[in-house]
Ligand binder design. Sequence first.
Ligand code: IMP
Ligand code: MG
Length: 189
Amino acid sequence: MYELGGVLVTRDEIKSMVRRLADRINSDYAGQELVIVGVLKGALAFLSDLMRELTMPVILDFIIVSSYGFETSTSGVVLLRKDVDVDIEGKHVLIVEDLIDTGLTLKYLKDLFWSKKPASLNICAAFDKPNRRKAPIAAEYSGISLGDDFIVGYGLDYAGLYRNLPDVRTLVEGDDAKAKSNIMQGMEA
Ligand code: IMP
Ligand code: MG
């Protein structure tokens, strides 16, 4: 079984990361209305912290996605389970994600959102694993870069658990390779 490993990113580090990103977003979108779209469930904690630091007029919406087959498939399958409710045509849109791993989820979401004709579309992600990319995706607002370890907490889950942890921790297990391939099957956003 998997157990919680050590703390990789502390609450204080998360707090200053949110502050740093919010400062940039506030200055880039000053005086403009912004539609922020949280990718549930993982982005909930980050979105909740980030939105309260934003100073422009904000419209909040959510999408829900599930992703499957990261280790076995090169293309990736992303399932959209809930689309946005607001009409984003002509709006400035910021997609808020927990973590960019392969980039396949955001590749899919960017294509989907551009088809809705927003005035602008940018990505804000709390965490980034740049070494694991399969799609050429970069967040305009990127929080903390990490290695390849599977992480939980601050919205991120393993098998639905640990999203409520206030800091980010690793998962540890005896047979690391096996752990990774099991974890990557049927992963929820
Ligand atoms: P993608 O590989 O960039 O498409 O990542 C899709 C989603 O998988 C992320 O937004 C996370 O919700 C989830 N994910 C990727 N890596 C991890 C991890 O280390 N822990 C928990 N969830 C993860
Ligand atoms: Mg996610």
